[in-house]
Structures are given as structure tokens and as C-alpha cells.
Design a binder for this molecule. Structure first.
Ligand code: AOF
Ligand code: ZN
Length: 354
């Protein structure tokens, strides 16, 4: 039966993921009413919009006048136990008399965290937890950061050579990784609320920082330009429906209508301000300076490092001035995944902070 639960949980994850931008800052959740005796899916419900029905309620509504007493409910997040915009799902599940509930991960929301599961168990419902837990956590990693820290999830993307260089000694950087890796980056852009870059990268490359995948949303842009050096005719300022947050302390300029200046002291301050403007996750695509500061200020959650099978020897490293003299003082990460992306390799790792 575990294999079957995993298969159904995977279906929940895939369907929930379609509503990332509509449900934020809520988690992506889908639920399935399953008949174990007949090996049959009765219904599926998805949380589709912030403030509207949770997944469990939609799945139950969809099942209409079904007898739930021998049914199993599969859901990727612990059913809620609190009154938010909607009443508690745990109460509804109990009221409908489900036999079993299969859950992917605990709800990190301090208002729930375990109490939904407790409610179900106290009502005599069989509860199975931890089904595809890693995948469920990956799906809602942004929500987890948001609800526990009130801060955006920050993911760094870098493309380096085998010897971790981002430019040759002659200053050339296009292109280090292959076409497939660069397409992968477009998918990453489509999954995040905003892309961040710094004035050094923008003045050097004049990138558009948009998502060029058909049918995908264009993420907002965050431009770090403390002194206001980037002219407004650069591509990042183009009006295309995305909001452009200009992190700057030079307010003596006339800003185009799509440009929102944000004064800031450091990354923590900037990210807290952006979080309040609905920037729930940030993909960082920038050069040495901003990247080094970001890591020093311990504001990054994860790195996606694309490694190309090339060696430059001399050239530019992607970090500088971190001044780690003792191994004990190193910034620590945990490797998550390694995969080949055509000729390149993608390594993902999460930062560990005490
Ligand atoms: C569930 N199923 O589909 C979702 C849950 O303000 P509300 O009522 O929408 O509650 C939001 C909180 O409920 C959210 O922070 C998270 O803890 C949980 N989300 N729970 O059982 C769902 N979206
Ligand atoms: Zn709920």
C-alpha cells in the first residue's frame, strides 16, 4: 500500500504545484479521496487561491455524497486545525468520518504544527505520516521559510567552470555553461517571485532578467544599485508587467512608473521590506560583489551551482573577501542533489545556520 500512497502523493504534489503564485503566501496543497478496497480515486481537491477553500475541503466537496467511513484521504500537508480565512480541515475530516489520513509533511505554521494530526488521532482516525516527505518539503520550502521567518526564500544560482571561475582572466563570461543549463535557469526563473541582480552585473552585461518560457509569468526584478548608477534605459527597467524594485539609497532621481525605489541598510532589511510587498522567494543571479555580501550576511537559503566541464585557471572567482581563516569558521552547507544537465552538472546545496 505504501507504494500506492507514494504514487498518489506524487499526484498531489504535481497538481498542487500548478497554483504556486495564486495561493501564496499559503502553501501549495492537493488532496485525494481514495477508496482502498476498490483501488479507486474518488476525487481530487486543490487549494487554488489564497483565502479560498483548502485542498481537503475541495476534495470532499468534489466527492459529493460519498460515504467516507471506509475512505482514505491523501494530502501533502498536515490538515489545518486553526481558524484562518477558512475553518479547520481537521474538523471537517473528522465530521465526515474518514477511516485513514495519509500525510506528506507536518505543517510548519506555528498555529498548526502537529495539532492537526493530534486532532485526527484523538478522533480515532488512522494517520500515516512522512509519505514522500522530502518531496513535499521541497514543494513547500518557500512557504516553510515564509511562515517561520517572515522572510523570502533566497536561492542563489551560479554558473562556474570546473575550477569555480565565473570569467576568464580576459573578462569573458559568455557562455560558461551549455544551452540546456541556461534553459534550466529559465525554469528556475518561472518558479520564483523575483530575480535579484547587482549593478556590477547589470552594467557589464545589460541582461533582461526575464523569463523567456512561453506562457510563464515574468518574475519581478530586484536591482541592487546603492548609488543609482544604472541608467533607466537599461533592459532591466523595461516595462513588461513585472515590478522593478530598485534597492538604492539615491532617491534624487525621477523613477519610471514601473520602478519602485527601496532604501535599505543591508540584505536583511531589504528582504524584510520586499517580503511585505509580496516577494516570497528570490532567485539571486549576480556577480562576485553582491553574492559575497549575501553569503557574509547569512541571508541565502540554497545554492544551485551549474558546473561546466571547462577549466580557466586564472580568472574571476564567484566569491571574495569572505576571510575564512579557520575551518571551523567556514560557511556550512548540506548537499541536496547532483544531476547531469546535458554536458554540465548541477549541484544543489542548502545553507546550515546555527
Ligand atoms: C490545509 N490545506 O489546502 C492549505 C493549508 O487563512 P487560511 O484559512 O487559508 O489558512 C492558511 C494556513 O493554513 C496556512 O498558513 C497553512 O498553515 C494552512 N494551509 N492547510 O489543511 C490547505 N492551504
Ligand atoms: Zn485547512
Amino acid at each position: 500500500m505504501m507504494k500506492k500512497y507514494e504514487e498518489l502523493m506524487d499526484l498531489c504534489i504535481k497538481n498542487a504545484a500548478k497554483y504556486r503564485f495564486d495561493v501564496a503566501p499559503n502553501p501549495m496543497v492537493a488532496a485525494i479521496v481514495y477508496d482502498e478496497n476498490q483501488d479507486k480515486i474518488i476525487s481530487m481537491g486543490v487549494h487554488k487561491k489564497y483565502g479560498e477553500n483548502h485542498a481537503e475541503r475541495n476534495a470532499i466537496l468534489e466527492a459529493q455524497d460519498c460515504d467516507f467511513s471506509d475512505k482514505t484521504l491523501i494530502v501533502n500537508l498536515e490538515p489545518c486545525s486553526h481558524h484562518g480565512n477558512t475553518p479547520p480541515c481537521a474538523d471537517l475530516i473528522i465530521e465526515k468520518g474518514f477511516k485513514k489520513v495519509v500525510i506528506g509533511m507536518f505543517d510548519p505554521n506555528p498555529k498548526v504544527s502537529g495539532s492537526g494530526i493530534m486532532k485526527l488521532k484523538n478522533a480515532g482516525i488512522e494517520v500515516v505520516t512522512g509519505v514522500l516527505e522530502d518531496e513535499c518539503k521541497e514543494l513547500n520550502k518557500v512557504f516553510t521559510k515564509n511562515i517561520t521567518k517572515n522572510m523570502p526564500y533566497v536561492l542563489i544560482k551560479i554558473a562556474t567552470t570546473f575550477d569555480s571561475k565565473i570569467a576568464t582572466a580576459g573578462g569573458e563570461s559568455k557562455w560558461i555553461t551549455g544551452e540546456t543549463s541556461r534553459e534550466y535557469v529559465q525554469c528556475l526563473r518561472a518558479q520564483h517571485f523575483a530575480i535579484l541582480s547587482g549593478s556590477g552585473t547589470i552594467l557589464a552585461d545589460n541582461p533582461a532578467l526575464t523569463c523567456r518560457l512561453k506562457g510563464e509569468r515574468t518574475p519581478d526584478r530586484i536591482i541592487i544599485d546603492r548609488n543609482g548608477k544604472i541608467p533607466f534605459d537599461y533592459q532591466v527597467f523595461k516595462e513588461d508587467g513585472a515590478r522593478v524594485f530598485l534597492a538604492t539609497n539615491n532617491l534624487n532621481r525621477d523613477f519610471p512608473p514601473n520602478v519602485i525605489p527601496v532604501e535599505f541598510a543591508n540584505f536583511r532589511d531589504l528582504f524584510a521590506k520586499l517580503y511585505n510587498k509580496g516577494v516570497y522567494s528570490i532567485l539571486v543571479e549576480t556577480g562576485q560583489t553582491s553574492l559575497s555580501v549575501l553569503i557574509k550576511q547569512e541571508m541565502a537559503d540554497e545554492i544551485y551551482k551549474f558546473v561546466s566541464p571547462k577549466i580557466f585557471g586564472e580568472g574571476m572567482s564567484y566569491l571574495r573577501n569572505l576571510y575564512v581563516f579557520k575551518i571551523d569558521e567556514a560557511y556550512k552547507l548540506k548537499f541536496e542533489h547532483v544531476q547531469k544537465v546535458a554536458e554540465d552538472i548541477l549541484i544543489t546545496a542548502k545553507f546550515l545556520y546555527d
